[in-house]
Design a protein around this ligand. Sequence first.
Ligand code: SAH
Ligand code: SF4
Ligand code: F3S
Length: 472
Amino acid sequence: MDLGAKEHNELRQGEAYQPFNNDPNQYKKHFYIESYGCAMNFADSEVVAAILHDQGFGATKDLSKADLILLNTCSIREKAEQTIRKRLTEFRKFKVQKSGLLVGVLGCMAERLKSKLLEEEKLVDMVVGPDAYRSLPILIEEAETGQKAVNVLLSRDETYADIAPIRLDSNSVSAFVSIMRGCNNMCSFCVVPFTRGRERSRDAHSIVAESVDLFEKGYKEITLLGQNVDSYYWIDETNDHAITFAELLEKIALISPQLRVRFSTSHPKDITDEVLYTIAKYSNICNYIHLPVQSGNNRILQLMNRTYSREWYKAKVDRIREIIPDCGISTDIITGFCTETEEDHQDTVEIMKYSRYDYAYMYFYSERPGTLASKRFEDDVPEEEKKRRLTEIVDVQYQLSLKSNQNDVGKTFRILVDGESKKDTGFWKGRNDQNKVAVFEKKDHGIKVGDYVDVKINECTKGTLLGEFVKF
Ligand code: SAH
Ligand code: SF4
Ligand code: F3S
């Protein structure tokens, strides 16, 4: 689920958090954390920061100041794991320089490889799975005595609902709020059900409370996170009422019209009309849906165990456009899945054109050990062919994104300003409802980060709308 104001895939590059306290003397020890993978991992790192904070650990961006180095890892594709292994070797010099420095691997790779990771990567002291972060204080103590520390137990009920995450790298405008964990779908290519465990929904009251708190602190945009948000389901035992995703969305939208609400990811089989009508009803629920298709071919969809057909998916896209006419739609696509032929691949190209995606995250298939696909099907599409197909769909998407942006030239959008343009500090940057990035010249309007402004679009590239300030 690559996301919202911080696109989940933008985040997949790995990022170091900034210190949340500038007074280095306040903490007896410091940790450095880098996060990889989806937004859920980034959200988890903020839970980890809160747990460590209670133990007297402050965050640092400076590796040489760290007493504890943590990598919150991703296993989704082989390349993601290779990146982590490479990064770990780079920590060796810090280990040599500072005796007592601990290195911990958190997240999905920790869960997938368990204690094997300690054998494979000698410099790792701790291996901690996504449901075991509460045990970090004990594991750190163990590791400090020179033992290797591991906890990779998955849980059926852990949601960290009571832990207030510490926003580390925040722009103070947008924040992730985790609403559920795990995944009960068994897409045959996917490692997530094995690394994140069973699906469970977080207490709705705690989600609302966290969101209210963020809004009171000045945040303007919240992205509700889950691998499959549409299957959110939580029973309020005080009145026996079951809260669905549509109801949860509504509760967050009602906090304030000044608070934008986004969410990710929606599985096409689970997104309901009720959710679509809720989005249409509230202007502060963004008209943007990330709806991963994976493939446009029915035989491949079946092998992937996605549980929908191309016809069904197209009907869902039609329904979205009927209920929310200006809805932005993005997707995830995998090329070269087991047995995929050129003809099957062309069905993917066709469904992309049909769906007119504004944006797509595209990958070639990477077999993951332990998944259904790795057990049942041969990974038989040669790598060059997988990559050729990937290049083809990237080109198709390039055209679709450009066309979609060209259609916006001349329109005026409400933009939430989230920072300066990276390319030119004389420009502000923000996103519109449909999650498109817009930039416009600062001039002398007294605009600040976190302001909503109307921007008229004059030009575009495939990735950015370029406009001018109209009014607050
Ligand atoms: N829960 C989200 C997806 C999470 S993983 C959903 O159901 O849509 C993000 C994306 O990574 C997936 O949508 C898929 O496109 C891609 N992905 C997952 N496993 C992969 C694999 N083995 N090889 C290549 N891409 C993969
Ligand atoms: Fe993986 Fe499928 Fe679950 Fe998404 S819905 S996390 S692709 S198993
Ligand atoms: Fe996310 Fe990667 Fe784990 S995509 S759930 S961090 S395998």
